[in-house]
Design a protein around this ligand. Structure first.
Ligand SMILES: C[S@@+](CC[C@H](N)C(=O)[O-])C[C@H]1O[C@@H](n2cnc3c(N)ncnc32)[C@H](O)[C@@H]1O
Length: 233
């Protein structure tokens, strides 16, 4: 029997956990750091006190946020391997009191309704087995007026960025990723998963279907990534 997507994703991230941070920064030439900073800036406008970081991975986004706020941050992920690396970073940076990491599935969050003022997710929603279920869960655990912020890869539409991006994503990134991570599939999965994923207005429709209001998008770096926002009214 073939594994479900969730199990495949979990195993894949467990396998590459030790190399994930390096590969992330290397393959994106460090732009991912700037994108996370932009997300944090947008999220901080709503002044949240309890924040959920879904698919937190090695906790980079949670750590970036903790630099800017005293708010309490909870990170969840299905990969214990990624969380272990994240936990080591929290201890080194003395952030383990402010940020708590938990092994949990975004499609079945182990929190009461209305537990968080904001929910964020960076490069995570694309990996969900069921996107709409994951978004609905984030909506459920948010308080009234709570904000959702999603950072995800998108497909650039303008010449020549679109052509360069396609070439890089299809040919260069999988080879470099394979050599460094020693995982045959992880960096083939990345371009495939971006190609199949709803972006732009299509993603906003998913947010609205999950009962988020005032949805909007901001394209970053010629549309290679996009930040989507919405509110639970
Ligand atoms: C590309 S990483 C992103 C990590 C981090 N947010 C960042 O910005 O670097 C995607 C993460 O999503 C996690 N993930 C995938 N499906 C998940 C699910 N259903 N629930 C929780 N985490 C999930 C994976 O284990 C992985 O750590």
């Amino acid at each position: 029997m073939t594994q479900g997507k969730k199990e495949q994703v979990r195993v894949m991230f467990d396998n590459i956990a030790g190399k994930y941070d390096f590969l992330n920064h290397f393959l994106s030439a460090g732009i991912d750091v700037l994108w996370r900073k932009r997300l944090v800036k947008m999220l901080m406008k709503s002044n949240p006190e309890r924040i959920l970081d879904v698919a937190t991975g090695t906790a980079d986004l949670a750590i970036e946020l903790a630099r800017k706020t005293k708010a309490s941050i909870t990170g969840v992920d299905i990969s214990q391997g990624m969380l272990d690396i994240g936990q080591q970073k929290l201890i080194t940076k003395k952030l383990d009191h402010q940020i708590v990491l938990k092994l949990a599935d975004s499609e079945m969050l182990p929190f009461e309704n209305h537990s968080f003022d904001a929910a964020m997710v960076a490069f995570g929603v694309r990996n969900f087995e069921n996107l709409d279920k994951g978004l609905a869960e984030m909506q459920r655990v948010l308080t009234k007026n709570g904000m959702i912020v999603v950072l995800e890869f998108s497909r650039p539409r303008v010449f020549p960025v679109k052509q360069f991006y396609n070439f890089y994503f299809r040919f260069i990134l999988p080879s470099l990723g394979r050599i460094v991570s020693k995982d045959k599939e992880a960096y083939t999965y990345l371009p495939e998963s971006v190609g199949n994923f709803p972006d732009g207005n299509d993603f906003l429709v998913h947010l609205e279907n999950a009962n988020f209001s005032k949805v909007s998008q901001r394209r970053l770096t010629f549309g290679i990534a996009t930040i989507y926002t919405g509110f639970k009214l």
